[in-house]
Design a protein around this ligand. Structure first.
Ligand code: UTP
Length: 292
């Protein structure tokens, strides 16, 4: 049973400046909660009990967010606002947190490599701290992926989302081996292909399961653009060596919300807020008026 996840949150978030100048993009709210809280709630629902955050400079608010805030709890009690304690219930999740810092932002692959000493010889999940899966994180994709990892004796499991043909140019795209169902075998990954050259419309979607061999592949991976070590390159090294890679497709109701750029951040915020049980109905009215 895989119960360990590495959550990289050390990136600069330059595409979201100035919002991210002095706060992490992973702490931006989407509706009521910061992005990374959705990520942790999703992981806990999929059986994760240990989380290793890869943090960096300017990211301490993430650590503070997952602390148990005794003075705040006392204050809410003493001022008769017991019902608001519900909003802090996530502090009590059955999960242990660990933190280490990526001291230089050398890419996602390098961030994962920073977890090597702690993860040791265990298989583990990687969940990007800036991506929510499913509206209000209602998804058990990680549990489906860890089940497939164990059942298929895989070395790599990657989550994919089907994207429109014109969007393949923005993502790592799956080259499947054989027929594509909800679960399929992975021949290779192609980084940002042209529409004509894309082997599928299945885009890598922010969740992975790895055997510890990924660390050896990452250590061998040559830095690419901007000196960054790409996780995709390390996966490709393992696939070339004949290691077993499996793709798992997100269901139609499990959209990936990428909070790494303003376009999809705005879309996610609106969608989550419109579906807020308390404020959603009035907001719908307001938006209708605005749209005239
Ligand atoms: P992105 O690929 O969106 O990179 O990160 P970024 O550097 O944060 O963003 P831009 O391009 O400057 O706008 C995907 C996830 O990987 C983490 C990020 O924090 C994010 O959760 N990451 C990325 C790291 O932990 N370290 C890195 O060096 C890069």
């Amino acid at each position: 049973m895989i119960d360990l996840a590495l959550v990289p949150v050390a990136g600069w978030g330059t595409r979201m400046l100035p919002a991210t100048k002095s706060q992490p993009k992973e702490m931006l709210p989407v509706g009521r909660k910061p992005v990374v809280q959705y990520v942790i709630e999703e992981l806990v629902n999929s059986g994760i009990r240990q989380v290793l955050f890869i943090t960096g400079q300017g990211k301490t608010s993430i650590e503070n967010h997952f602390d148990i805030d005794a003075p705040l709890i006392t204050y809410l009690r003493e001022t008769g606002r017991e019902e608001q304690l519900q909003d802090l219930q996530f502090e009590r999740e059955d999960v242990e947190y660990f933190y280490t810092r990526q001291r230089r932002q050398l890419g996602l692959g390098h961030a994962v490599l920073c977890g090597k000493a702690m993860i040791g010889q265990h298989p583990f999940v990687v969940a990007l701290g800036d991506s929510i899966i499913g509206r209000h994180a209602q998804s058990d994709i990680v549990s489906r992926m860890t089940t497939v990892f164990e059942r298929e004796k895989a070395d790599i499991v990657v989550c994919f989302e089907e994207v429109p043909a014109e969007e393949v140019v923005q993502y790592g795209i799956a080259k499947p081996k054989g027929a594509v169902g909800e679960v399929f075998e992975l021949a290779d990954l192609v980084e940002k292909p042209s529409i004509a050259e894309a082997p599928s419309r299945l885009a890598v979607a922010a969740r992975y399961v790895f055997s510890p061999e990924i660390f050896e592949a990452l250590a061998e991976t040559k830095p690419g653009k901007g000196g960054e070590i790409q996780l995709t390159d390390a996966i490709r090294i393992l696939l070339k060596r004949g290691r077993k890679g499996i793709g798992v497709k997100l269901a139609a109701n499990e959209q990936r919300f990428d909070i790494g750029n303003f376009e999809s951040y705005f879309q996610a915020f609106i969608e989550f807020a419109l579906h807020d049980p308390q404020y959603g109905p009035a907001l719908r009215e307001h938006v209708r008026k605005l749209l005239g």
